[in-house]
Ligand binder design. Structure first.
Ligand SMILES: [Fe+2]
Ligand SMILES: [Fe+2]
Length: 169
């Protein structure tokens, strides 16, 4: 087998593995990636870099939010129990706040202004709070209600749903 064939096989193997992940592992990876980008945004001292980071955050975050709502929150909202439904509703509300902060950041022309710095900090704190609660509450609901196979099927749906999301400019 040539080196190219070996590489192709490795890449295919990785893609297959990604598809067959537990959705919670995929979500964890994405939460960590966005947390890293938000750290960089708040710490950056260059306007051009901040603009670039904002775009990267939008591209990473918006498909995550929409696909998570469709595949995870709607599944949790469909479960019996007021507490679980409250988790789902709270998740939707916090996502809407995240969208609002992203839109607001996009409107601020000077990325080194105190206004941009404040909005970036608010977005970072909002996402941190949201992820902490989501990983605790929503994930317990998912772990309790869905089997390993369910969660692999949810992962496939999540990856497919993400591809269909349009990221606002
Ligand atoms: Fe999430
Ligand atoms: Fe979320």
């Amino acid at each position: 087998m040539s080196i190219i064939d070996t590489l192709k096989k490795t890449v295919r193997g990785k893609q297959a593995d990604a598809q067959d992940n537990d959705i919670l592992d995929t979500l964890k990876q994405e939460h960590d990636d966005v947390a890293e980008l938000l750290d960089q945004l708040v710490e950056s001292t260059s306007a051009a870099q901040r603009k670039k980071l904002l775009t990267s955050i939008k591209v990473a975050l918006v498909p995550h939010l929409r696909a998570e709502e469709k595949v995870v929150y709607d599944a949790v909202l469909a479960l019996k129990g007021k507490e679980r439904q409250t988790h789902g509703e709270e998740g939707y509300m916090e996502h809407a706040l995240g969208d609002k902060m992203l839109a607001q950041l996009g409107k601020i022309g000077n990325a080194m202004s105190p206004e941009f710095s404040a909005a970036a900090k608010v977005l970072k704190e909002l996402v941190e709070h949201h992820v902490e609660e989501e990983e605790k509450n929503i994930w317990s609901d998912v772990e309790a209600a869905f089997s390993d196979e369910d969660r692999i099927a949810m992962n496939k749906k999540f990856l497919a749903a993400k591809k269909r999301v349009r990221v606002p400019a």
